[in-house]
Design a protein around this ligand. Structure first.
Ligand code: HEM
Length: 272
């Protein structure tokens, strides 16, 4: 999704805008791949339980995700045991071989699939361990207004997912660090009223929702992109859109996004 599509000149609102892509393309290796994979290995080796999680009920979804990733050519078959007692090792291996973070969800007819496993080395200030085992609506409860406005739409969208397509959407945030891994335990610097342009990055989360044909589960992929504020400012239209979003975002949502005390400062920094 382009920056202009992400930041239309409208008041802030949650977006249910999706684009289609092939899952192969989303999960394929990119030119930054080696350095991304090196970082993933580093985090997964240093603190596996912080960046990966798998409940016993998640094993079948993990196996299918590995199968699919192999069929896409995104990972090589070597290195996976596919034995139930080695599922945790397979989960870590998949997390070290795929560039995107991934989550595995069990479908639910009521529209709130449950998170059963995944690897998230580059979280946007949330912790996988806090979310594991929870239904999506509970996971989203911390996002002020999200369940009330889009909860039902998100649920019916996920229930209608069909295999073979990756449905892409993006979230955005603003961060005081270019680090991809913004796990809360790292306590990286947060935005405040004194930030300078050089200390601010736009943080994009490019997400893909893919149905798992055999188990009926959902594979949720996330790629993070960080863009220096100065670079964003070179593009007039999205800069205007971001200004409008910041001006109109409800206070509780700005607090959740870590923007509350920096909002006025950011609006100043974004002026041409
Ligand atoms: C399909 C449509 C979905 C939409 C429209 C959606 C939307 C959102 C939005 C707007 C946020 C707040 C991000 C921000 O503004 O900074 C968010 C956060 C989040 N979403 Fe979703 N989401 C979707 C699916 C999912 C799925 C399938 C999962 C899988 C578990 C998920 C997990 C999360 C998590 C973990 C957070 C961060 C919560 C936190 O900060 O503690 N979302 N989502």
């Amino acid at each position: 999704m382009s920056l202009s599509e992400l930041f239309p000149e409208t008041d802030y609102r949650f977006s249910m805008r999706f684009e289609r892509k092939s899952p192969q393309e989303f999960f394929a290796r990119t030119k930054n791949g080696s350095s991304l994979l090196a970082k993933r290995r580093q985090w997964l080796n240093s603190a596996p339980a912080t960046y990966a999680g798998l409940l016993p009920e998640g094993q079948v979804f993990l196996e299918e995700a590995i199968d699919l990733a192999q069929s896409w050519g995104a990972v090589s078959p070597a290195g996976f045991s596919l034995q139930p007692e080695r599922a945790w090792d397979d989960c870590l291996t998949l997390g070290k071989c795929l560039e995107p973070d991934f989550l595995l969800l069990q479908p639910d007819l009521a529209g709130s699939p449950r998170l059963l496993g995944g690897v998230v080395c580059f979280p946007s200030h949330w912790s996988l361990a806090d979310k594991l085992g929870k239904p999506m609506s509970l996971i989203h409860e911390v996002v002020p207004g999200l369940n009330d406005t889009l909860g039902k739409q998100i649920g019916s969208f996920l229930n209608k997912l069909r295999p073979g397509v990756a449905w892409l959407r993006s979230n955005w945030g603003i961060a005081r660090t270019p680090e991809l891994n913004d796990h809360p335990s790292r306590a990286l610097p947060r935005l405040g009223p004194e930030v300078t342009t050089e200390e601010v990055w736009l943080r994009l989360e490019h997400q893909a929702l893919v149905a798992l044909p055999k188990t009926g589960g959902i594979l949720f992929g996330i790629r993070v992109e960080v863009i220096p504020l100065a670079e964003l400012k070179r593009e007039a239209a999205p800069t205007k859109g971001l200004i409008r979003a910041l001006e109109t975002m409800p206070d509780d949502l700005a607090r959740y996004k870590g923007l509350a005390t920096a909002r006025n400062r950011l609006l100043k920094l974004l002026q041409p």
